[in-house]
Design a protein around this ligand. Structure first.
Ligand code: KMH
Ligand code: ZN
Length: 270
C-alpha cells in the first residue's frame, strides 16, 4: 500500500496555551515539537508563526527561524501557512512563501470560520497561486467546503494550479463542511484524476476521519491546530502523542508510514 504521509499541524493561529499548555509557540519550541513528531512518524509539519506572547504573525523572519529550528533537528518537510489568522491582509499572509519552503498551503475560497469569516477573494487567491508557483513551492490546496474543490478543479483546467494537485480536506470547522464520513466520501468522489489528499478532522472528528483516510489510501493530518485532545475530556500531552497514535493505527492496518523522502516522492517535491 502507498506509504501514509502524516502531517503534524503543530501550532495553528487560534489555539492558546490556556487551551493546550503544551502548545509550541516560539521557533525553538516548534523545532523541538517537529523533531518529536518526526520521530513518531510525521513526514510533514504544517507551521504557523507566533510572537512570544502567542499572537499569530506571518513575519518572514519568524518563519525563517522556524524553518531553521526544524531543519537543524530533523528532515521533515516544512509546510508554511498562507492562511495565517483571520483578518490578516493577503500580503502579510504570503510573506513566508518568499523563503521558498518545500510546501505552502493555499486556501481555495472564503468560509465562515467559527464566529469569523476567513476571507479568500479569488483575485487574492490567484496572486497566492502565482507566487507559490513562482517560488517553486508545492501547494497544498485547503478545502473547507465543497465549492472550494470545484474552484480548484476549474483552476487546474485553466492552468492556474499545477497537476497533480495535493489537497487537504479540512472537515469540521464550524461554518464549513462537517467532520463526517459522508462529507469525506463526497469530496473524494469529486477529486480530480491523479490527486493526492490528506484529511484534517477538526476536534472530535480528527481520529475517526484519520482512520477512514488510512483505510481509503489517503493521508492524515493531526495536531494541536485542529484538535487539542487525546480523547474526550483528556488533553493530549504533545503533538507527537497524536502522531504516534496514527502511526500505531497505520501499522495495525498494514499501512507503512512514509519517511520524509517517500513523502517528497509521493508529492513530487524535488
Ligand atoms: N487559521 C485559519 C484561519 C492555513 O494554514 O492555510 C487558516 C489556516 C489555513 O490555518
Ligand atoms: Zn494552518
Amino acid at each position: 500500500m502507498t506509504p501514509l504521509i502524516i502531517t503534524a499541524a503543530l501550532t495553528g493561529a487560534e489555539v492558546t496555551r490556556a487551551q493546550q499548555p503544551a502548545l509550541p509557540i516560539t521557533p525553538e519550541e516548534i523545532g523541538v515539537a517537529a523533531a518529536e513528531c518526526a520521530a513518531a512518524g510525521a513526514s510533514i509539519v504544517h507551521v504557523h508563526g507566533r510572537l512570544a506572547d502567542g499572537t499569530p504573525t506571518q513575519d518572514k523572519e519568524v518563519y525563517r527561524s522556524i524553518i531553521a529550528e526544524v531543519k537543524k533537528r530533523c528532515d521533515v518537510i516544512v509546510q508554511v501557512s498562507t492562511g495565517g489568522a483571520v483578518g490578516m491582509t493577503p500580503q502579510e499572509r504570503l510573506a513566508p512563501v518568499t523563503l521558498k519552503p518545500e510546501m505552502a498551503t493555499l486556501s481555495m475560497g472564503s468560509v465562515n470560520f467559527g464566529g469569523d469569516v476567513f476571507m479568500n477573494h479569488p483575485a487574492d487567491m490567484e496572486v497566492f497561486a502565482r507566487e507559490i508557483r513562482a517560488q517553486g513551492v508545492k501547494a497544498e490546496l485547503e478545502i473547507f467546503d465543497s465549492g472550494m474543490l470545484h474552484t480548484a478543479k476549474r483552476w487546474l483546467a485553466k492552468g492556474l494550479l499545477d497537476a497533480p494537485a495535493h489537497f487537504d480536506l479540512v472537515l469540521g470547522v464550524p461554518g464549513a463542511m462537517p467532520g463526517t464520513p459522508q462529507a469525506l466520501m463526497y469530496l473524494l468522489g469529486e477529486l480530480p484524476e491523479g490527486a493526492t489528499w490528506t484529511v484534517a478532522g477538526i476536534g472530535a472528528a480528527q481520529l475517526p476521519l484519520a482512520v477512514q483516510a488510512i483505510v481509503l489510501g489517503g493521508h492524515v493530518r493531526v495536531g494541536f491546530e485542529d484538535n487539542v485532545y487525546y480523547r474526550k475530556g483528556e488533553l493530549a500531552s504533545s503533538n507527537a502523542q497524536l502522531v504516534a497514535r496514527i502511526a500505531r493505527l497505520a501499522a495495525e492496518l498494514d499501512r507503512p508510514v512514509a519517511t520524509p523522502t517517500q513523502a517528497r516522492q509521493l508529492l513530487g517535491i524535488q
